[in-house]
Design a protein around this ligand. Structure first.
Ligand code: SF4
Length: 389
């Protein structure tokens, strides 16, 4: 495995969707399609803003959203051109793009493949039409199957499928059907997320109005357990709480987040973590475009004219970040010696009593100088992380 610890990961945010899904609270907008070209230009400009920095190395690029596949292939070309002008991309680079099934055809997929995109993440969410309607998805399962098949036909060898479980009214049998249907598409990687009903979403309004029932957390745990068992049988490695991969197909970009390595975020509402800072950019696409269009004043690396929120990490915050991100990796966990080298104190001394208690409660374990969540801890990970905040 290549060591990319000193190389960056790049996240490019595309904040456009054709319609908003009922559970979504991401930074995405549905009525600004006239801004797409101007936004692509502004995003390229923001990337090029770092062109005065020397020797920037990157090994992953992730086009996320929103719906990146709403940007025409010509726009994707522009963005990747800007990336390649500014960053030295490693030979084994991973360039991922999120796509929604209804927004792509084979010609588009062929074009982005030719541009160097080598990993796709397809938002499938369910194979059942009633669930897709509840989620407010634009596509049906036929469209998802077609997108996955076309992706293979044009040469994609690394495909992730996203699914959601823990839906209101979702029976275990429905979840089994969805998961089995999706496995027939032979994904290299699966991301299975438990639904959280976020404030301000249509789903929360339906819940408040009594139109839908609150999901049952015990049933969601059963669904998760079923997925763990089935995917293990099928040869997928459960390497992060919500992620499974065929051998060698882990998402390198997300691994960088979970290994707490540095990444740069570009685009409206993107987040970054570099040079001892966490930062984010202005959220509204129009304001973002305006800022990049103004006469650019010099900012210190890693900031750009779109940066609005900067937090210098204290040692305490950096330790907390390390605990919370690295424990998400179920097989790797947190390397106790590296933690000590970095912070001059062991995790046990940094969190006196807490780690011992979590081990006694069988939520954490230590194996070969690595601190890991136990299987019980996978289900209760939020309660574990809360103790390190
Ligand atoms: S496609 Fe994704 S980003 Fe867009 S509205 Fe749906 S969940 Fe949100």
């Amino acid at each position: 495995m290549a060591n990319h610890s000193s190389s960056l990961s790049l996240y490019l945010h595309i904040p456009f969707c054709r319609q908003r899904c009922s559970y979504c609270d991401f930074n995405t907008y549905t009525s600004v399609s006239d801004l797409r070209d101007a936004y692509t230009n502004a995003l390229s400009q923001e990337i090029r803003y770092l062109s005065t920095e020397r020797n920037l190395f990157a090994h992953t690029v992730f086009l996320g959203g929103g719906t990146p596949s709403l940007i025409p292939a010509e726009g994707i070309r522009e963005l990747l051109k800007a990336v390649r002008e500014v960053f030295n991309l490693s030979n084994d680079n991973e360039i991922s793009m999120e796509i929604n099934p209804e927004s792509v055809d084979k010609i588009y997929l062929q074009k982005i493949r030719d541009l160097g995109v080598n990993r796709l993440s397809i938002g499938v969410q369910s194979s059942l039409s009633t669930e897709l309607q509840l989620l407010g998805r634009e596509h049906d399962f036929d469209a998802a199957m077609k997108a996955a098949e076309s992706s293979r036909e044009v040469g994609f060898e690394n495909i992730n499928l996203d699914l959601i479980f823990g839906l209101p009214g979702q029976k275990l049998a429905n979840w089994r059907t969805s998961l089995q249907d999706i496995l027939e598409l032979d994904p290299d990687h699966l991301s299975l997320y438990c639904l959280t009903i976020e404030p301000g979403t249509p789903m929360q309004r339906w819940l408040n109005a009594g139109t839908i029932q609150s999901p049952d957390p015990d049933l969601a745990a059963e669904q998760f357990l079923y997925a763990c068992e089935l995917l293990a049988e099928m040869g997928y490695e459960h390497y992060e709480i919500s992620n499974w991969a065929r051998p060698g197909k882990q998402c390198e970009h997300n691994l960088s987040y979970w290994r707490n390595h540095e990444y740069l975020g570009f685009g409206a509402g993107a987040h970054g973590h570099a040079a001892g800072f966490r930062y984010s950019t202005v959220k509204q696409p129009r304001v973002y475009i305006r800022r990049l269009g103004e006469k650019l004043t010099r900012q210190e690396y890693p900031f750009t004219p779109a940066t609005i929120d900067v937090q210098k990490l204290s040692k305490r915050e950096a330790m907390s970040d390390t605990m919370i991100t690295e424990l998400r990796l179920l097989q790797e966990g947190l390397d106790i010696n590296s933690f000590e080298d970095k912070f001059g104190v062991s995790p046990q001394d940094a969190y006196p009593g807490i780690i011992e208690q979590l081990i006694n409660w069988e939520l954490l374990r230590i194996n070969r100088q690595r601190l890991l969540l136990t299987e019980r801890g996978w289900f209760l990970s939020n309660q574990v992380f809360y103790r390190f905040m």
